[in-house]
Design a protein around this ligand. Structure first.
Ligand SMILES: NC(=O)c1ccc[n+]([C@@H]2O[C@H](COP(=O)([O-])OP(=O)(O)OC[C@H]3O[C@@H](n4cnc5c(N)ncnc54)[C@H](O)[C@@H]3O)[C@@H](O)[C@H]2O)c1
Length: 321
Protein backbone atom coordinates (compact mmCIF):
# COMPACT_ATOMS: atom_id res chain seq x y z
CA UNK A 1 0.00 0.00 0.00
CA UNK A 2 1.50 3.34 -1.09
CA UNK A 3 0.26 6.84 -0.30
CA UNK A 4 0.81 9.70 -2.72
CA UNK A 5 1.26 12.97 -0.85
CA UNK A 6 0.61 15.95 -3.11
CA UNK A 7 2.30 19.13 -1.91
CA UNK A 8 4.71 16.80 -0.10
CA UNK A 9 7.63 19.25 -0.24
CA UNK A 10 5.50 21.94 1.43
CA UNK A 11 5.47 22.98 5.07
CA UNK A 12 2.66 20.67 6.20
CA UNK A 13 3.17 18.03 3.49
CA UNK A 14 6.76 17.34 4.55
CA UNK A 15 5.63 16.85 8.16
CA UNK A 16 2.90 14.46 7.00
CA UNK A 17 5.35 12.54 4.80
CA UNK A 18 7.74 12.07 7.74
CA UNK A 19 5.10 10.99 10.22
CA UNK A 20 3.52 8.49 7.81
CA UNK A 21 6.87 7.09 6.71
CA UNK A 22 8.05 6.81 10.35
CA UNK A 23 4.83 4.90 11.10
CA UNK A 24 5.77 2.34 8.43
CA UNK A 25 3.62 3.58 5.54
CA UNK A 26 5.08 3.68 2.03
CA UNK A 27 4.90 7.26 0.76
CA UNK A 28 5.76 9.11 -2.43
CA UNK A 29 5.55 12.89 -2.82
CA UNK A 30 4.37 14.99 -5.77
CA UNK A 31 5.10 18.71 -5.78
CA UNK A 32 5.42 21.36 -8.50
CA UNK A 33 7.96 23.14 -6.25
CA UNK A 34 6.16 26.48 -6.67
CA UNK A 35 6.49 26.81 -2.89
CA UNK A 36 8.01 23.47 -1.90
CA UNK A 37 11.53 22.71 -0.70
CA UNK A 38 12.81 19.23 -1.71
CA UNK A 39 15.30 19.11 1.20
CA UNK A 40 12.40 18.95 3.64
CA UNK A 41 11.69 15.38 2.55
CA UNK A 42 13.59 12.41 3.97
CA UNK A 43 16.05 10.94 1.43
CA UNK A 44 14.07 7.69 1.17
CA UNK A 45 10.81 9.41 0.15
CA UNK A 46 10.73 9.75 -3.67
CA UNK A 47 9.78 13.21 -4.92
CA UNK A 48 8.14 13.61 -8.30
CA UNK A 49 8.31 17.14 -9.62
CA UNK A 50 5.03 17.96 -11.33
CA UNK A 51 1.56 19.38 -11.01
CA UNK A 52 -1.82 18.01 -9.97
CA UNK A 53 -3.04 19.65 -13.18
CA UNK A 54 -1.07 17.09 -15.23
CA UNK A 55 -3.42 14.11 -15.58
CA UNK A 56 -0.96 12.09 -17.68
CA UNK A 57 1.76 12.41 -15.06
CA UNK A 58 -0.66 11.40 -12.28
CA UNK A 59 -1.62 8.27 -14.22
CA UNK A 60 2.03 7.29 -14.65
CA UNK A 61 2.86 7.93 -10.98
CA UNK A 62 -0.14 5.90 -9.78
CA UNK A 63 0.93 2.96 -11.95
CA UNK A 64 4.67 3.15 -11.25
CA UNK A 65 4.34 3.40 -7.46
CA UNK A 66 1.17 1.25 -7.16
CA UNK A 67 -0.58 4.04 -5.30
CA UNK A 68 -3.54 2.94 -3.19
CA UNK A 69 -4.34 6.18 -1.33
CA UNK A 70 -3.86 9.93 -1.80
CA UNK A 71 -3.24 12.69 0.75
CA UNK A 72 -3.95 15.89 -1.15
CA UNK A 73 -2.26 18.98 0.28
CA UNK A 74 -1.08 20.73 -2.89
CA UNK A 75 -2.75 24.11 -3.16
CA UNK A 76 -2.17 27.81 -3.19
CA UNK A 77 -2.93 29.18 0.26
CA UNK A 78 -2.63 32.95 0.48
CA UNK A 79 -5.87 34.75 1.17
CA UNK A 80 -4.79 38.15 -0.21
CA UNK A 81 -3.41 36.53 -3.37
CA UNK A 82 -6.71 34.68 -3.81
CA UNK A 83 -8.58 37.99 -3.71
CA UNK A 84 -6.20 39.43 -6.34
CA UNK A 85 -6.16 36.28 -8.54
CA UNK A 86 -9.44 34.38 -8.03
CA UNK A 87 -9.36 32.59 -11.39
CA UNK A 88 -5.88 31.28 -10.69
CA UNK A 89 -7.00 29.99 -7.28
CA UNK A 90 -10.02 28.23 -8.76
CA UNK A 91 -7.92 26.80 -11.61
CA UNK A 92 -5.12 25.50 -9.40
CA UNK A 93 -7.00 24.52 -6.23
CA UNK A 94 -10.28 23.32 -7.71
CA UNK A 95 -9.08 22.43 -11.24
CA UNK A 96 -6.04 20.60 -9.83
CA UNK A 97 -8.31 18.65 -7.49
CA UNK A 98 -10.75 17.73 -10.29
CA UNK A 99 -7.89 16.43 -12.46
CA UNK A 100 -6.51 14.48 -9.51
CA UNK A 101 -9.88 12.94 -8.64
CA UNK A 102 -10.43 11.88 -12.25
CA UNK A 103 -7.08 10.11 -12.24
CA UNK A 104 -7.83 8.57 -8.82
CA UNK A 105 -11.20 7.23 -10.05
CA UNK A 106 -9.67 5.89 -13.27
CA UNK A 107 -6.90 4.11 -11.36
CA UNK A 108 -9.42 2.58 -8.93
CA UNK A 109 -7.77 4.19 -5.89
CA UNK A 110 -10.13 3.92 -2.93
CA UNK A 111 -8.78 6.30 -0.28
CA UNK A 112 -8.56 10.09 -0.43
CA UNK A 113 -7.67 12.62 2.24
CA UNK A 114 -8.19 16.34 1.53
CA UNK A 115 -6.58 19.36 3.24
CA UNK A 116 -9.41 21.72 3.96
CA UNK A 117 -9.36 24.76 6.19
CA UNK A 118 -11.26 26.64 8.87
CA UNK A 119 -11.56 29.27 6.11
CA UNK A 120 -14.62 27.33 4.89
CA UNK A 121 -16.58 28.69 7.88
CA UNK A 122 -15.96 32.37 7.25
CA UNK A 123 -16.67 34.34 10.44
CA UNK A 124 -19.38 32.48 12.37
CA UNK A 125 -20.58 34.08 15.59
CA UNK A 126 -20.32 30.99 17.80
CA UNK A 127 -18.27 30.03 20.84
CA UNK A 128 -17.02 26.73 19.38
CA UNK A 129 -17.13 25.95 15.66
CA UNK A 130 -18.45 22.44 15.05
CA UNK A 131 -18.44 20.66 11.70
CA UNK A 132 -22.19 21.44 11.50
CA UNK A 133 -21.64 25.20 11.79
CA UNK A 134 -22.80 26.62 8.43
CA UNK A 135 -20.01 27.25 5.92
CA UNK A 136 -19.83 30.79 4.52
CA UNK A 137 -16.30 31.50 3.28
CA UNK A 138 -15.40 35.18 2.95
CA UNK A 139 -12.62 35.00 0.32
CA UNK A 140 -11.81 33.00 -2.83
CA UNK A 141 -9.26 30.86 -0.96
CA UNK A 142 -11.95 29.65 1.46
CA UNK A 143 -14.35 29.17 -1.45
CA UNK A 144 -11.88 26.88 -3.22
CA UNK A 145 -11.61 24.78 -0.04
CA UNK A 146 -15.38 24.49 0.35
CA UNK A 147 -15.87 23.73 -3.36
CA UNK A 148 -13.04 21.21 -2.99
CA UNK A 149 -14.87 19.43 -0.16
CA UNK A 150 -18.05 19.21 -2.25
CA UNK A 151 -16.06 17.80 -5.15
CA UNK A 152 -14.27 15.25 -2.94
CA UNK A 153 -17.54 13.99 -1.43
CA UNK A 154 -19.36 13.87 -4.77
CA UNK A 155 -16.52 11.96 -6.47
CA UNK A 156 -16.27 9.69 -3.43
CA UNK A 157 -19.96 8.77 -3.63
CA UNK A 158 -19.93 8.19 -7.38
CA UNK A 159 -16.67 6.27 -7.64
CA UNK A 160 -16.70 4.45 -4.30
CA UNK A 161 -13.73 6.37 -2.84
CA UNK A 162 -13.56 6.68 0.96
CA UNK A 163 -12.82 10.30 1.81
CA UNK A 164 -11.78 12.46 4.75
CA UNK A 165 -11.73 16.26 4.70
CA UNK A 166 -9.59 17.78 7.47
CA UNK A 167 -10.42 21.39 8.32
CA UNK A 168 -7.21 22.76 9.83
CA UNK A 169 -7.34 25.76 12.15
CA UNK A 170 -4.23 27.99 12.65
CA UNK A 171 -1.16 25.89 12.00
CA UNK A 172 2.15 26.84 13.66
CA UNK A 173 5.49 25.42 14.78
CA UNK A 174 7.83 22.83 13.29
CA UNK A 175 8.90 19.29 14.21
CA UNK A 176 12.48 20.29 13.30
CA UNK A 177 13.93 23.71 12.35
CA UNK A 178 14.56 22.68 8.74
CA UNK A 179 10.85 21.84 8.31
CA UNK A 180 9.61 25.27 9.40
CA UNK A 181 7.29 27.41 7.32
CA UNK A 182 9.48 29.91 5.50
CA UNK A 183 6.62 32.20 4.42
CA UNK A 184 5.59 35.28 6.39
CA UNK A 185 1.81 34.99 6.05
CA UNK A 186 0.68 33.88 9.51
CA UNK A 187 0.81 35.69 12.82
CA UNK A 188 3.77 33.85 14.37
CA UNK A 189 6.25 34.51 11.50
CA UNK A 190 4.79 38.01 11.09
CA UNK A 191 5.68 38.85 14.69
CA UNK A 192 9.14 37.27 14.29
CA UNK A 193 9.63 39.39 11.18
CA UNK A 194 8.80 42.59 13.08
CA UNK A 195 11.17 41.72 15.94
CA UNK A 196 13.97 40.83 13.51
CA UNK A 197 13.57 44.28 11.95
CA UNK A 198 13.78 45.84 15.42
CA UNK A 199 10.11 46.83 15.26
CA UNK A 200 7.30 46.27 17.74
CA UNK A 201 4.71 43.58 16.97
CA UNK A 202 1.38 44.92 15.76
CA UNK A 203 -2.08 44.13 17.10
CA UNK A 204 -4.93 44.92 14.72
CA UNK A 205 -7.69 46.03 17.06
CA UNK A 206 -7.96 45.68 20.84
CA UNK A 207 -11.62 46.61 21.11
CA UNK A 208 -13.17 43.27 20.12
CA UNK A 209 -15.74 41.67 22.45
CA UNK A 210 -13.14 39.29 23.96
CA UNK A 211 -11.60 39.30 27.48
CA UNK A 212 -8.49 41.31 26.50
CA UNK A 213 -10.07 42.94 23.43
CA UNK A 214 -7.87 41.14 20.88
CA UNK A 215 -8.93 38.40 18.44
CA UNK A 216 -8.94 34.79 19.60
CA UNK A 217 -7.78 31.88 17.46
CA UNK A 218 -7.17 28.14 17.82
CA UNK A 219 -3.49 27.31 17.16
CA UNK A 220 -2.42 23.78 16.29
CA UNK A 221 1.14 22.44 16.21
CA UNK A 222 2.06 21.10 12.77
CA UNK A 223 3.44 17.92 14.38
CA UNK A 224 0.02 17.25 15.95
CA UNK A 225 -1.61 18.04 12.61
CA UNK A 226 0.66 15.53 10.85
CA UNK A 227 -0.35 12.87 13.39
CA UNK A 228 -4.00 13.66 12.64
CA UNK A 229 -3.28 12.77 8.99
CA UNK A 230 -1.85 9.43 10.03
CA UNK A 231 -4.95 8.76 12.15
CA UNK A 232 -7.17 9.71 9.21
CA UNK A 233 -5.18 7.52 6.81
CA UNK A 234 -5.56 4.57 9.17
CA UNK A 235 -9.29 5.21 9.40
CA UNK A 236 -9.55 5.27 5.61
CA UNK A 237 -7.85 1.90 5.50
CA UNK A 238 -10.63 0.22 7.46
CA UNK A 239 -13.76 2.37 7.10
CA UNK A 240 -15.65 3.50 4.00
CA UNK A 241 -17.80 6.60 3.48
CA UNK A 242 -16.88 10.23 4.05
CA UNK A 243 -15.84 12.16 7.12
CA UNK A 244 -15.33 15.89 7.63
CA UNK A 245 -13.49 16.89 10.76
CA UNK A 246 -12.03 19.98 12.45
CA UNK A 247 -8.36 19.83 13.38
CA UNK A 248 -7.73 22.22 16.25
CA UNK A 249 -7.05 22.17 19.97
CA UNK A 250 -10.47 23.44 21.00
CA UNK A 251 -8.76 26.19 23.00
CA UNK A 252 -8.71 29.87 22.21
CA UNK A 253 -5.57 32.02 22.51
CA UNK A 254 -5.78 35.79 22.07
CA UNK A 255 -3.37 37.76 19.91
CA UNK A 256 -2.11 39.51 23.03
CA UNK A 257 -1.52 36.20 24.83
CA UNK A 258 0.32 34.85 21.79
CA UNK A 259 2.55 37.93 21.59
CA UNK A 260 3.34 37.54 25.30
CA UNK A 261 4.48 33.94 24.70
CA UNK A 262 6.55 35.09 21.71
CA UNK A 263 8.19 37.71 23.97
CA UNK A 264 9.06 35.04 26.54
CA UNK A 265 10.48 32.65 23.93
CA UNK A 266 12.51 35.22 21.99
CA UNK A 267 13.48 37.34 25.00
CA UNK A 268 12.20 40.39 23.12
CA UNK A 269 9.35 41.68 25.27
CA UNK A 270 8.83 45.09 23.71
CA UNK A 271 5.20 46.23 23.95
CA UNK A 272 2.98 45.73 20.92
CA UNK A 273 1.58 48.61 18.89
CA UNK A 274 -2.19 48.68 18.68
CA UNK A 275 -3.49 49.61 15.26
CA UNK A 276 -6.93 49.74 13.63
CA UNK A 277 -8.93 46.55 13.09
CA UNK A 278 -8.41 44.82 9.75
CA UNK A 279 -11.56 44.27 7.71
CA UNK A 280 -12.81 40.68 7.80
CA UNK A 281 -11.15 39.54 11.06
CA UNK A 282 -13.59 37.57 13.22
CA UNK A 283 -13.35 38.22 16.99
CA UNK A 284 -13.14 34.51 17.74
CA UNK A 285 -12.54 31.29 15.77
CA UNK A 286 -12.06 28.19 17.92
CA UNK A 287 -12.69 24.60 16.85
CA UNK A 288 -14.75 22.03 18.59
CA UNK A 289 -12.23 19.18 18.72
CA UNK A 290 -14.80 16.58 19.79
CA UNK A 291 -15.39 14.87 16.45
CA UNK A 292 -11.66 14.41 15.80
CA UNK A 293 -11.31 12.70 19.18
CA UNK A 294 -14.35 10.52 18.59
CA UNK A 295 -13.86 9.58 14.95
CA UNK A 296 -10.06 9.59 14.61
CA UNK A 297 -9.05 8.85 18.19
CA UNK A 298 -6.76 11.87 17.84
CA UNK A 299 -6.25 14.85 20.16
CA UNK A 300 -3.58 17.55 19.96
CA UNK A 301 -0.83 17.14 22.55
CA UNK A 302 1.40 20.18 22.05
CA UNK A 303 0.72 23.64 23.45
CA UNK A 304 1.29 27.17 22.23
CA UNK A 305 4.65 27.59 23.92
CA UNK A 306 6.00 24.52 22.11
CA UNK A 307 4.64 25.86 18.81
CA UNK A 308 6.28 29.25 19.28
CA UNK A 309 9.60 27.83 20.52
CA UNK A 310 9.88 25.40 17.59
CA UNK A 311 8.83 28.06 15.07
CA UNK A 312 11.49 30.39 16.52
CA UNK A 313 14.22 27.77 16.02
CA UNK A 314 13.07 27.46 12.40
CA UNK A 315 13.02 31.23 12.00
CA UNK A 316 16.58 31.54 13.31
CA UNK A 317 17.75 28.86 10.88
CA UNK A 318 16.09 30.42 7.82
CA UNK A 319 16.17 34.14 8.59
CA UNK A 320 18.69 34.71 11.35
CA UNK A 321 18.17 37.12 14.21
N1 LIG B 1 -0.62 26.52 6.72
C1 LIG B 1 -1.84 26.69 7.21
O1 LIG B 1 -2.03 27.39 8.22
C2 LIG B 1 -3.02 25.99 6.57
C3 LIG B 1 -4.28 26.10 7.17
C4 LIG B 1 -5.37 25.46 6.58
C5 LIG B 1 -5.20 24.69 5.43
N2 LIG B 1 -3.96 24.62 4.86
C6 LIG B 1 -3.83 23.82 3.63
O2 LIG B 1 -2.79 22.88 3.81
C7 LIG B 1 -2.17 22.57 2.58
C8 LIG B 1 -0.67 22.69 2.71
O3 LIG B 1 -0.36 24.01 3.14
P1 LIG B 1 1.11 24.46 3.54
O4 LIG B 1 0.98 25.46 4.64
O5 LIG B 1 1.98 23.29 3.72
O6 LIG B 1 1.51 25.28 2.22
P2 LIG B 1 2.82 25.16 1.30
O7 LIG B 1 2.70 26.24 0.28
O8 LIG B 1 4.05 25.10 2.13
O9 LIG B 1 2.60 23.74 0.62
C9 LIG B 1 1.85 23.52 -0.53
C10 LIG B 1 2.73 22.73 -1.47
O10 LIG B 1 1.98 22.39 -2.64
C11 LIG B 1 2.79 22.64 -3.78
N3 LIG B 1 1.84 22.92 -4.86
C12 LIG B 1 1.01 23.98 -5.00
N4 LIG B 1 0.22 23.83 -6.07
C13 LIG B 1 0.56 22.64 -6.64
C14 LIG B 1 0.10 21.89 -7.76
N5 LIG B 1 -0.88 22.36 -8.55
N6 LIG B 1 0.67 20.70 -8.03
C15 LIG B 1 1.67 20.19 -7.25
N7 LIG B 1 2.14 20.85 -6.17
C16 LIG B 1 1.59 22.05 -5.86
C17 LIG B 1 3.70 23.78 -3.41
O11 LIG B 1 4.92 23.80 -4.14
C18 LIG B 1 3.95 23.51 -1.93
O12 LIG B 1 5.10 22.70 -1.73
C19 LIG B 1 -2.80 23.53 1.56
O13 LIG B 1 -3.83 22.83 0.88
C20 LIG B 1 -3.37 24.62 2.43
O14 LIG B 1 -4.46 25.26 1.80
C21 LIG B 1 -2.87 25.25 5.39
Amino acid sequence: MTWLITGGAGYIGAHVARVMRDAGERVVALDDLSAGVPARLPADVPLIEGSTLDGGLLKRVFAEYEVTGVVHLAARKQVAESVAQPTRYYRENVGGLATLLEAVAEAGIGKFLFSSSAAVYGNPDVDLITEDTPCAPVNPYGETKLTGEWLVRAAGRTHGISTVCLRYFNVAGAAAPELADTGVFNIVPMVFDRLTRDEAPRIFGDDYPTPDGTCIRDYIHVADLAEAHLAAARRLADRSGDLTVNIGRGEGVSVRELITVIGEVTGDRRPALVEARRPGDAPRAVASAARAAEELGWTARRGVREMVASAWQGWLLHHGR
